[in-house]
Write a protein that binds this ligand. Structure first.
Ligand code: NDP
Ligand SMILES: O=C1O[C@H](COP(=O)(O)O)[C@@H](O)[C@H](O)[C@H]1O
Length: 516
């Protein structure tokens, strides 16, 4: 297969952190996926860097192992693989050593000449966040950003550790790159169904009139993981779930669900609307945190019948650690559209399922004339399944099956987005967008800043809390207290499971949905 398109600008990608975990598991497979789908320009080069000394051959072998282990696409032929991997080269660079950047610059210039590239340069920072600022400075001081074509900085999360450090980092990066040259990654924004939220909302006349506090009772957003901290304790100990997931991915999903329609489908118009949501997001004072937010840490428990250790027993974690591996909360957007609608969020490690989904619970009928077997009527639900299964389901009420049956049963209208075809990996979509110069699904500085302003008081309140962090057994849905917050709003977590055609509520109350 010839794997290129002529529409994208030829460029050199310099990847800092090319020997790291993210490059191995996500970035090389994403580049290969783009290549196989003809979504890379005809002419490009990739230069990997890290401190390790690797020859080009060793680096290319590492890229191959990464693709073989993690790509959704198999290597189709040796000839195609050779044509792909010949664009990859490696140079050992210690980011802290400015002098090392001159060797890197020579290699970039060589590759530009070898592959006839016009001088467009993308720099991807897949390194520890404390090195982001230094790389950006050294790129400028070494002359690497004095190129003929465009320059772009793609930067991994987390962007800062809190508002103050994020401002400092931003100031440092701004010395080298303009805001429109900075592509801050939040990989949830590259997920097909997260991008689909806008389309579902703004391309269907059905939903938009109902998308407000007159018709929506509450919103539930879950990003649950079955894995524990794995090999990332050093990072996670200073991050915790609040900084790792809430400051970025969860708030991004809140913005996508709650934003106003953009005036035009262009990046700044969309990001302008998203940021307005964060401006209206109610910020908790430290003394309001306990009433609205819940944290927890997984204790030893059982995952699918296997015993697993608690977080404090994991490698690299202090036995006294008070790092949260679970965050839940009840948020409010104080604007005309959303006033009074609670938005429940939860995310955690060692939960029973790997699942990211958004559930919109609509208000119940003003008066019930139909009832289900329990003597009430379930609300309509719109379920947006983000990951791993992708799709939407609309849960309605309908008449029971038999001729004389006037009992109401829940039914689900279901669309599956990835049952027949794989969706692209989030990193494929985002790298492709960055090559095209489309920053719509990257986070703008004002979004990052406001997200930290929301998170910082919560962090401070928890840091001051002298009570031991609440724990939950691995394999359960986190601290029970979160359910109390939902109960205060007269609801509970919904779980809609289509495989066995049942609508399942939290606390294992099950409602049968007959197949038609
Ligand atoms: N891994 C993941 O699942 C995710 C990671 N991220 C983010 O991606 C980034 C990378 O994470 P990850 O790949 O896990 O990290 P790793 O620790 O696995 O890799 C770090 C990389 O940085 C390089 N490095 C470290 N110090 C230096 C230095 N002084 N000079 C040059 N290179 C250096 C290492 O190279 P060497 O060892 O050769 O020195 C290595 O390639 C982080 O910002 C992280 O927050 C975001 C989401 C998920
Ligand atoms: O950014 C991160 O995300 C992953 C979860 O991503 P997903 O695409 O698998 O839902 C999380 O495991 C990690 O801790 C966090 O840094």
């Amino acid at each position: 297969m010839s794997a290129h398109t002529t529409e994208l600008d030829p460029f050199v990608l310099t990847l800092f952190g090319a020997t790291g975990d993210l490059a191995k598991r996500k970035l090389f497979p994403a580049l290969y996926g783009l290549y196989r789908n003809s979504l890379l320009p005809a002419r490009f080069a990739v230069i990997g860097t890290g401190r390790q000394q690797l020859t080009s051959a060793e680096f290319r072998q590492a890229v191959r192992e990464s693709v073989e282990s993690y790509s959704r696409m198999k290597i189709d032929s040796e000839a195609n693989w050779a044509a792909f991997v010949e664009r990859f080269d490696y140079r050992a660079v210690d980011i802290k050593n400015l002098d090392a950047f001159s060797g890197l610059l020579s290699l970039v210039v060589d590759k530009e000449s070898q592959f006839d590239l016009p001088g467009n340069r993308m720099f991807y920072l897949s390194i520890a966040p404390e090195l982001f600022g230094q790389v950006s400075t050294n790129l400028r001081e070494s002359g690497m950003t004095e190129n003929k074509g465009w320059k772009r900085l793609v930067i991994e999360k987390p962007f800062g550790h809190d508002y103050r450090t994020a401002v400092e980092l931003n100031e440092q990066i701004k010395q080298t790159f303009a805001e429109e040259e900075i592509y801050r990654i939040d990989h949830y924004l590259g997920k097909t169904m997260v991008q689909n939220i806008e389309v579902i909302r703004f391309a269907n006349s059905l939903f938009e009139p109902l998308w407000n506090n007159l018709h929506i009772d509450n919103i539930q957003i879950t990003a649950s993981e079955t894995v524990g901290v794995e090999e990332r304790a050093a990072y996670y100990e200073s991050s915790g779930a609040l900084r790792d997931m809430v400051q970025n991915h969860l708030l991004q999903m809140v913005m996508m669900v709650c934003m106003e329609p953009p005036s035009r489908l262009v990046n700044e118009a969309i990001r302008d609307e998203k940021v307005k949501v964060l401006r209206s997001l109610r910020r908790f004072q430290e003394d309001e945190v306990h009433a609205n937010m819940v944290r927890g840490q997984y204790a030893a428990g059982s995952m699918r019948g296997q015993s697993v250790p608690g977080y404090s027993e994991e490698n690299g974690v202090s036995p006294q650690s008070s790092t949260e591996t679970f965050v839940g909360g009840r948020l409010y957007i104080d604007n005309f559209r959303w006033a009074g609608v609670p938005i429940f969020i939860r995310t955690g490690k060692r939960l029973p399922e790997k699942s990211t989904e958004i559930i919109i619970q609509f208000k119940t009928m003003p008066k019930h004339i139909y009832f289900n077997r329990k003597g009430d009527l379930r609300p309509n639900l719109l379920v947006i399944r983000v990951n791993p299964s992708e799709g939407i389901s609309l849960v309605l009420n309908a008449k029971g099956n038999s001729a004389d049956d006037m009992q109401v049963l829940p039914i689900a209208m279901d669309y599956c987005n990835n049952c027949e075809f794989d969706s692209p990996e989030a990193y494929e979509t985002l790298i492709h967008d960055a090559i095209q110069g489309d920053s719509t699904f990257f986070t703008r500085w004002d979004e990052v800043a406001l997200a930290w302003k929301f998170v910082d008081p919560i962090r401070r309140a928890w840091d001051k809390d002298e009570h031991p962090i609440p724990t939950y057994p691995a394999g359960t849905w986190g601290p029970e207290r979160l359910n109390d917050l939902l109960a205060e709003s007269e609801t509970h977590w919904w779980r809609v499971q289509l495989e066995d055609a049942q609508v399942v509520q939290a606390k294992e109350e099950r409602i049968e949905v007959p197949r038609r």
